[in-house]
Design a protein around this ligand. Structure first.
Ligand SMILES: C[S@@+](CC[C@H](N)C(=O)[O-])C[C@H]1O[C@@H](n2cnc3c(N)ncnc32)[C@H](O)[C@@H]1O
Length: 363
């Protein structure tokens, strides 16, 4: 589509086609950005769930079903249809969702449930002022200093991937770990946040004992409550602790889900993990998917991670001692270096998904 001819552009040696190409790209980008809050409203008010489970609906019917105001829902649905998130039938005036649209937008347990990610993005918008300050000063901004949407977004976005992969694929990719977990092992889940990974493992392996550690008090309080509601409190505890000084040793398995690169001193953390493991124990490190070089990461997944990294991961690390700031796109060789400096003898990428790398390190 042409967005017009710009007479002044000739004097700037601007190619009209290339200009139209970039404007077309931004028409999509702006639409997606404006749609972010609309996705969150759909999630919060149960609009996607109601439409996918009970639709097709007119705006009036959806509003009635969800206890919302028809005029808002009419406009919201039009925006959703323009974005391709729901389908509109002009003959009936009704909207519906395909199974694929519902899988992504309405099913919280689906491995590709996406609305959670928009809470994460929402936190970045809300923290923009503080972030601009640290971009100037070079100071850090701790995990705990972010808006609450970051914590809920991390939980909602990461949990579906853990549900789909952790027990079925990631743990079995580690040597001898599932057998130990079935028999009864001691596990530390470090940097556990809201504890989604801890709770999924605790449910799957009732004979094992799990301790979730995180330095963020609010997250630990949340995780403690969920352990009760999810009925895993018998074999699961949550404690406030840093990766460098969590108590106990003799762990069979220590897990780090998407947090090693957020730490100020990942080498210090690696050394601590090393001394906390049994000699035949395993350290499982889950890190965002990344290739080795920056140029190989210049793609849609790399784009998500570099942006999240500059506004969440790098500031989190810079707020802590050492401030190594690995970033969310540290390649395998950088992670290997950190793990080796921690004293680990073996290291390998055990498996991966389009969004995650799963590493196994052994003492
Ligand atoms: C991206 S979140 C991942 C949370 C959780 N593992 C998950 O996958 O849902 C990173 C977590 O690391 C925690 N964290 C950062 N630095 C830490 C440190 N030095 N010691 C312990 N936890 C830390 C943060 O508080 C946050 O909960």
């Amino acid at each position: 589509m042409s967005y017009g001819v710009y007479p002044w552009s000739n004097s700037l040696a601007i190619n009209q086609d290339k200009l139209n190409e970039i404007i077309a790209k931004f028409a999509v980008e702006l639409g997606a950005s404006a749609q972010g809050p609309a996705i969150l409203i759909g999630e919060q008010l149960g609009l996607y769930k109601a439409l996918s489970a009970h639709g097709p609906f007119t705006p009036e019917e959806l509003a009635k079903k969800t206890g919302t105001a028809e005029r808002y829902i009419r406009e919201w649905l039009a925006g959703q249809a323009a974005g391709g998130y729901v389908n509109y039938n002009a003959a009936t005036g009704k909207y519906m969702m395909t199974p694929e649209q519902a899988f992504v937008l309405a099913n919280e347990d689906s491995p590709v449930y996406i609305p959670g990610a928009f809470y994460l993005v929402s936190s970045i918008y809300k923290d923009r002022g503080k972030l601009a300050d640290v971009f100037r000063t070079g100071k850090g901004m701790g995990w705990h200093e972010h808006h609450n949407d970051l914590f809920i977004g991390t939980h909602k976005f990461f949990r579906p991937g853990y549900l789909a992969n952790l027990v079925n694929s990631w743990l079995p990719s580690l040597e001898g770990v599932v057998e130990k977990l079935k028999a009864g092992a001691l596990v530390a889940d470090v940097g556990c946040g809201y504890g989604s990974s801890t709770i999924i493992m605790a449910k799957a392996f009732p004979k094992s004992k799990f301790v979730g550690y995180d330095y963020h008090l609010e997250s630990i309080e949340w995780a403690k409550n969920v352990a009760v509601t999810e009925d895993v409190w018998r074999n699961t505890t949550f404690e406030v602790a840093l990766a460098k000084d969590y108590p106990r040793n003799e762990f069979d398995l220590v897990t780090f889900f998407d947090c090693l690169h957020d730490m100020g001193d990942p080498v210090g953390a690696a050394k601590h993990v090393h001394q906390s493991l049994k000699p035949d124990g395993t350290w499982m490190i889950v890190e965002p998917y990344s290739n080795e070089s920056l140029e190989e990461n210049l793609n849609p997944v790399g784009r998500i991670f570099y942006n999240a990294s500059s506004m969440v991961c790098v500031p989190c690390s810079l707020a802590q001692e050492v401030g190594l700031a690995l970033g969310a796109q540290a390649g395998d060789s950088k992670i290997h270096e950190v793990v080796s400096l921690g004293g680990f003898k073996t290291f390998r990428r055990a498996t991966q998904t389009p969004f995650n790398r799963i590493f196994e390190a052994r003492p």
